[in-house]
Design a protein around this ligand. Sequence first.
Ligand SMILES: *Cc1c(COP(=O)(O)O)cnc(C)c1O
Length: 492
Amino acid sequence: MKRVSKNIVINEELVFLKEKGNRSSFKLPQIEEEKNIRSFIPENFLRDDIEDFPELNEVEVVRHFTRLSNYNYHLDLGLYPLGSCTMKHNPKLNERIASFREFTELHPFTPFKFAQGTLKILKELENLLIEISGMDGITIQPTAGAHGELTGMLLIRALLQDRGNPRKIVLIPDSAHGTNPASATLCGYKAITIKSNEKGCVDLNVLKENLNEDVACLMLTNPNTLGVFEENILEISKILHENGSLLYMDGANFNAFMGKARPGDMGVDVMHINVHKTFSTPHGGGGPGAGPVVVKKELIPYLPIPKIEEDESGNLFLNFSPGKSIGKVATFFGNVNVLLKTVSYILKLGSDGIREVSENAVLNANYIRAKLKNIFHLEYDSPTLHEVIFDDKFQEKYGVTTLDIAKRLLDKGFHPPTVYFPLIVHGSLMIEPTETEPKEELDAFINTMKEIVEEIEKNPETLHNAPENLRSRRFDEVLAARKPILKWKKEN
Ligand SMILES: *Cc1c(COP(=O)(O)O)cnc(C)c1O
């Protein structure tokens, strides 16, 4: 069936633009003037009236947000092939479990003896992630992948410092996610980019040329952002270790091989796991997430506190004693709600299911690759795992770019893939279908891409008008990024 996006979607203005209705959604009981609620609140906590603050009743508020929500494209609506971001279906079971009152009403200061259940589940998660990754220790505190990277870099610095020299440099392949150099820099290291070889992998000679006694570690994404598994990973870790350097693995693409192979067996010393990607939590638009960090034995002493430990009588408690720890990296215990969804997801799938996730993620990406490889150019034409990276080279002669293609996809009811990343592929279209998409949805996407190519060959100019069917037309994206209007004033 052809995908059309025609629906009852009602226009909705900004809430600040609505007529000030002089209405409210609830009424406080009348009290005497001298008992006015304001008289109980310290002066410095009282806020002045906000100019133009909307005054609406309940039905208006509900409709306002419901109408806005209808503008949104989301995973429950269709394919979301955003490469590197792993926008897979999030099983509703996870949501149900994480919303149990026993979890949501547990105050962070609850005495340990009344929080044994939650502590036990979190401990179980630690063990599961250690097992799946083949590592020795873990912290589940970090609240995002990038936060896990920073935590991992702090751990590496602490270990090297203890050995006598924290070193100065972190090597990062040119295919890396932008958060890698950012995390290394935040941790006080100089990030040095190393060029990939013709297959898009680490070039062993380039690595060796850049190695010296100042190199703290290599930050390696595996499979890398081209979806290619680093076939020399054993050699890479050996070369690093001989130099006294460590191997950090960005584990954001773990959904490509979990259950099949373990980073711990490949010489990886530290790795973060984006559980909101790999283990399914609704994410994007800023969260929520969690970025547990798994480590080898020699890094365990530096892991963040508090740590979940067992006392003599077998009860769990949070141990805050600092020892050699890098300290705390999140308030309370991080994003426990996301961590609960992770446990639910892993236990529901079991070890066979976890393996099948990787297999199907790879199968789906390669299906799209096989079906589109004659009409879109592949800069790196070696076998890939969970994602496939095309570019706009074949469309260049028509004056059509990746951006035009992405915008036309919107007109046809699909969220576009990641565009213009990774940077080493000019005009890249990075497609990650994930394992949860049925074949029919993949075929609909493939056919739509073919339709777009037909349009390009017949009427390339029309592509520059896309999107045409949406509420908003094409933005000046540079202006929107450089001069965003963050505060609405009525004059605007
Ligand atoms: C998503 C991603 C990150 C950052 O993770 P966040 O959870 O968004 O902070 C880092 N590296 C790679 C390869 C990623 O795909």
